[in-house]
Design a protein. Sequence first.
Length: 156
Amino acid sequence: MQIDEHALADSAMVTAAAPGVTGGVPSFTGRVVGGNGRGRLLGFPTANVAPHEEAGLPPDGVYACWVAIQPSRDVFGATMSIGNNPTFDDVAERRVEVFIHDLAADLYGRRVVVWVAQLLRPMRRFSTLDELIDHTAADVRRSRAALQRMPRPEIE
Ligand SMILES: Cc1cc2nc3c(=O)[nH]c(=O)nc-3n(C[C@H](O)[C@H](O)[C@H](O)COP(=O)(O)O)c2cc1C
């Protein structure tokens, strides 16, 4: 499960090449942009990713995934949320957000590769913030457990 470093120089090539070299795990690339800044308050600070292409993106939902922050070769486990955050009324567009496990860093402007490992649940509208927080914590626990059972993708 390795990715050719030259392919990483070109996001279109990564999208095209990744399924073959990661044993079927779909991937996409994007750049970290600003969110609404609520993630930190909720206890799960996320990096909002502006994907380079819509093509490789999975449908709305919560996913276990892997993330590499370029140009580093380190690959982190993460939990991803895709959708318009229906718990809040002020998010008009579809957001792609990754909560990266075991990493506290400002990734604004960085380019990332995301490998989509497993769907955990659909996106939901919660009636309280506590419900959203409890579900997010459970998602992260399930995501960690799922990723432990899978091989971690590598950047050569
Ligand atoms: C693992 C995870 C699961 C999430 N699930 C939902 C969800 O079901 N419904 C929802 O409205 N938002 C969900 N979110 C998104 C949060 O609402 C969002 O991260 C938070 O509002 C912070 O957004 P901001 O960075 O734009 O401020 C989820 C986020 C994460 C990390």
